[in-house]
Design a protein around this ligand. Structure first.
Ligand code: ZN
Ligand code: ZN
Ligand code: ZN
Length: 351
């Protein structure tokens, strides 16, 4: 904050507050803020009953609580006047609701507001060993969930039924806040399709993209399988995506930029003649948020450093027919990269 000339940093429940204060509460209409001044004691303003779920800060954080009939912003004003010096430059977390930001701005009319992510991203992108351990564990739990689900047939079930099986298997492996995207046949051509009641049939290509949270840290895994049998076209497209994904993982190393990784991955698909069918970026950083800096996309000039964790998830989407995507979470190591997911990527026909 000294170096960046910031007088105050404000976060709300969300990934920045989790990172800075170890509090994993959810954002709601009840204001909750972490206020970190450049000098002096940080403060948390929170509803009294919710303060019971705060970690024990051993007196290093001033906890200001309000009841259901009081206005939390009176406490923000109080905290602010207890901080020494002027509040000229205030950085706010991306995940502060608009209704709260507008009130903070009217409370601090003379301050200039900035994105906290401009400063926090430097810290959050580089995971320390304990964070890497949690990401590795989240990925392994997700791998196991998929293996469990593949033990019984998916043919004849609806996308929603398979999504529910995946969610249950992830929960049984200790993951919370799970998401599941199951797209079958033509639905696979929509990368973020919402699982519906289409019944999975023989010959379908099925994309499963899913993940969850382990002690705050996310997993994100995609596998694509042919059901019953595979057409020659599906086989060919699958091999191209698999090769692109391997090329992307190989491009992840210290010093490579996000756009270098995207270009390397994309060129495999373009050279095979499917460039127009790869309709999204190659990947994203992953940590306390499922999508976070840095992004594997054209224009991303952030260089990769050891400890960064990103996804590599190329896909080919053929409208009206099918889609294929393969995604792993990968950590940057001092010499290259380490896949955190280990479910096989070879072509597989499932019942
Ligand atoms: Zn996605
Ligand atoms: Zn995904
Ligand atoms: Zn992803």
């Amino acid at each position: 904050m000294e170096k960046n000339d910031l007088d105050l940093l404000i976060a709300s429940p969300g990934s920045d507050m989790a990172y800075l204060a170890g509090y994993f509460g959810h954002a709601s209409e009840r204001p909750a803020f972490l206020l970190i001044p450049k000098r002096g004691e940080p403060a948390i303003v929170i509803a009294a009953f919710e303060s019971r779920s705060l970690p024990d800060y051993d007196g290093t954080v001033k906890i200001l609580t309000y009841t259901e009939t009081q206005d939390g912003f009176d406490l923000v004003r109080q905290a602010r006047s207890s901080f020494s010096g002027q509040m000229r430059r205030v950085a706010v977390s991306d995940q502060i609701w608009g209704r709260f930001l507008l009130r903070l701005q009217s409370l601090m009319e003379d301050a200039e507001f900035a994105h906290a992510s401009g400063y926090l991203r430097e810290l959050r992108m580089r995971k320390d060993d304990s964070e890497l351990g949690l990401l590795r564990s989240a990925a392994e739990r997700t791998d196991r969930a998929l293996e469990t689900v593949l033990q019984s047939p998916i043919q004849g079930q609806s996308e929603i039924q398979v999504a529910q099986r995946l969610a249950r298997a992830m929960q049984e492996n200790g993951l919370s806040d799970t998401f599941t995207i199951v797209c079958s046949g033509p639905n696979g051509a929509s990368p973020h399709h919402i699982s519906g009641d289409r019944v999975i049939a023989d010959g379908d290509v099925v994309v499963m993209d899913f993940g969850g949270v382990f002690q705050g840290y996310h997993s994100d895994l995609t596998r694509t399988y042919c059901v019953g049998h595979a057409t020659p076209e599906a086989r060919e497209v699958y091999e191209i995506v698999k090769r692109a994904q391997q090329t992307g993982v190989d491009a992840v190393r210290p010093g490579a930029k996000g756009q270098d990784v995207d270009r390397a991955t994309r060129s495999v698909i373009a050279d095979a003649g499917y460039g127009d069918a790869f309709i999204h970026r190659t990947g994203h950083g992953i940590g306390l948020d499922v999508h976070e800096d840095p992004f594997m996309v054209e224009g991303e000039t952030q260089k990769l450093d050891p400890g960064m964790t990103v996804t590599i998830e190329p896909g080919i989407y053929l409208e009206g027919r099918f889609g294929v995507r393969i995604e792993d979470t990968v950590a940057v190591t001092p010499t290259g990269s380490e896949r955190l997911n280990h479910v096989p990527r070879d072509q597989r026909i499932v019942p």
